[in-house]
Design a protein around this ligand. Structure first.
Ligand code: SF4
Length: 339
């Protein structure tokens, strides 16, 4: 069945019983593939320096009112080796697009964590270059998170998303070909976004060599050109997640914390009911977290208790295995061709 036929365009705006049925189908497909298990990872936000200027993000380079920080390797290593929540199997190391932080903090931290912990390591560091991707991979990172954000080139350029859409897609393919597991993602509900543009996002997610994909509702970010725009709609975001799950039953789809910033208290839990199978505990030290300004200073911080409560309330269980254990090791393209 072509899930992206014209008929399916209507599912993106489904409400009431039709929406419940869509989400129930997505949840059933998730359970069939992953059982009752939800992956739990921690995230540490290492640097809020960013050379990019995305209109939808408070860390854009033109936001001069932001205190910029780079966390220290030793502080994060201590936290993740000795004080991490027992439920997490993976860690995601995230920065603005800041190659200095990648070289000085992230690469050594990946190395330390792979040596000292059993954690699977994901990184979300923006568009870098091949030597730096290779260095991160050699240090032991296995999953690269690189969102394409929106699949329409003109709109991508209009909101100054990183580089060009073509370049971003090229890097996604390049990372996958070099043996990385790759997760991407897009934003639902950017001002003026049409149903056709949302479908284009889903189509691109279907085509790309991805192992995971997120759908984030647009949240108007403080000190951004879109600060006064209306936020994305939770229902449409959840419908995109459910459609993505039905298109690609194998994907790891996170419940993003922004689901709870759309005005509904139960957005996060509804994400788990619409096909999500990954929760994230925010572990960034509190004194740095306020300046990691993805949206607003009042972020909805998912601590371990909130994550575990949401999983239990949905009748689900924390996965005993991590994402990187779930996926078999992937040979780099060159090795695969030689083999
Ligand atoms: S979305 Fe990422 S690349 Fe864009 S400004 Fe924010 S931190 Fe930088």
């Amino acid at each position: 069945m072509d899930l992206l036929s014209n008929t399916e365009a209507h599912t993106l705006v489904a409400r009431g019983p039709a929406q419940l049925a869509l989400h129930a189908r997505a949840a059933a497909v998730t359970r069939e593939r992953f059982g009752p298990h939800v992956f739990v990872r921690g995230v540490v936000e290492v640097s809020n320096h960013c050379r990019e200027n995305c209109h939808y993000c408070g860390m854009r380079r033109e936001n001069r009112g932001l205190d910029r920080f780079r966390a220290k390797h030793d502080q994060l290593a201590e936290l993740l080796i000795h004080h991490r929540p027992a439920s997490m199997t993976d860690v995601n190391i995230q920065t603005g697009e800041d190659p200095v932080a990648v070289r000085e903090v992230v690469v050594p931290l990946v190395r330390t964590l792979r040596r000292e912990t059993p954690l699977g390591v994901s990184v979300c560091l923006g568009t870098l270059n091949e030597p730096l991707y290779d260095e991160l991979q050699a240090a032991g990172a296995a999953l690269y998170i690189i969102k394409f954000e929106l699949a329409t080139a003109a709109r991508y350029e209009q909101v100054e998303a990183p580089g060009t859409l073509a370049e971003r897609v090229r890097h996604i393919r390049l990372l996958a070909a070099r043996g990385w597991r790759v997760s991407s993602g897009f934003i639902a509900g950017l001002p003026g976004q049409t149903a056709e543009e949302l479908l284009a996002n889903l189509r691109l997610a279907q085509e790309l060599p991805l192992d995971g994909c997120s759908v984030s509702p647009f949240i108007p970010g403080e000190a951004t050109p879109l600060a006064c725009a209306a936020g994305g709609d939770l229902d449409t975001t959840l419908n995109c997640m459910a459609t993505l799950r039905l298109m690609r039953p194998d994907l790891v789809i996170p419940a993003v914390s922004a689901l709870n910033l759309t005005g509904a208290d139960d957005g996060y839990r509804r994400g788990l009911r619409a096909g999500a199978n990954l929760c994230t505990i925010n572990l960034t030290p509190a004194e740095l977290r306020d300046d990691y300004l993805l949206y607003k200073r009042e972020r909805f911080i998912m601590n371990e208790e909130r994550v575990l409560n949401a999983i239990a309330a949905e009748g689900l269980e924390v996965s005993p295995t991590g994402m990187t254990e779930h996926w078999p090791t992937k040979p780099a393209l060159a090795e695969a061709m030689a083999g």
